[in-house]
Structures are given as structure tokens and as C-alpha cells.
Design a protein. Structure first.
Length: 69
């Protein structure tokens, strides 16, 4: 299981809410919720799109997506 708290914080920081991010990222509330709760994984295409939308640098990727609980 991964710690998604930093990712959640960046989403709110950049988009104001998870709901707004869902619209812009074109992902369902269900998918985002399941990912945040460790029930779904991201494919590379989705992860790349989120990294671009959230303006995460190459050096920052690990703490946002691969930090284990």
C-alpha cells in the first residue's frame, strides 16, 4: 500500500478539490477514490498525465506515487 497523502495535497493545492481534478484529469470519482485507498493501480499513461497536470518534476515522482505506508 502506498501513502497518497502527498498526492492528495498536491491535487487540492493545484486544483482546489479532488472533484475539480477528476474533471480535468478525466477520471471518475470512483477510480480516484479506489486509487487513493489502494484498491486500484495507475497505468503508465494515466500516471504520466497526472504528473503533467500536477507539475511534478522527475525528482519528485517517488514521494507522490511510490512511498510505502
Amino acid at each position: 500500500m502506498y501513502d497518497t497523502s502527498r498526492l492528495r495535497g498536491r491535487i487540492v493545492e493545484r486544483f482546489g478539490s479532488l472533484k475539480e481534478f477528476e474533471k480535468i484529469a478525466k477520471c471518475s470519482h470512483s477510480f480516484l477514490s479506489q486509487y487513493m485507498n489502494g484498491k486500484k493501480t495507475l497505468n503508465q499513461t494515466t500516471m504520466d498525465r497526472w504528473i503533467d497536470l500536477l507539475e511534478i518534476s522527475d525528482l519528485e515522482i517517488r514521494p507522490f506515487f511510490f512511498l510505502r505506508v
